[in-house]
Design a protein around this ligand. Structure first.
Ligand SMILES: [Zn+2]
Length: 112
């Protein structure tokens, strides 16, 4: 971090003295959501385009039931959303913040 970025960071951190319970809970749940390799793969796929459960399972060589299970988890946290088309269900990302965090973290991993 540069001196300028650090000052900006400190200023933002000091906006509130402490985080409230609900915010803390959501922040920790969010990090939990993106701490699992399978969920990271799913979110990374969905950052590129909309996918059906079938297509995701194919792309990631995973069982559909595994993909569905993780999608439910992500849906509960409102990180993904779906639309129905005929018998298929298509998923997309539903939160720009978390996708930005994921993208930043991927870049962080790659610059090492
Ligand atoms: Zn980095």
């Amino acid at each position: 971090m540069s001196k300028f970025e650090y000052d900006d960071f400190i200023e933002k951190s000091n906006e509130n003295d402490d985080l409230d319970e609900e915010t803390l809970f959501i922040v920790s749940q969010t990090f939990k959501a993106i701490s699992d390799p399978t969920r990271i793969r799913i979110l990374h796929l969905l950052s590129q385009k909309e996918y059906s459960v079938n297509e995701m399972a194919d792309k990631l060589t995973m069982l559909q039931s595994t993909v569905s299970h993780q999608l439910r988890f992500l849906k509960n946290l409102r990180l993904v959303k779906y639309r129905r088309e005929g018998t298929s269900i298509y998923y997309t990302c539903d939160d720009k913040h978390v996708m930005d965090i994921l993208q930043q973290t991927i870049e962080h991993a790659r610059h090492h």
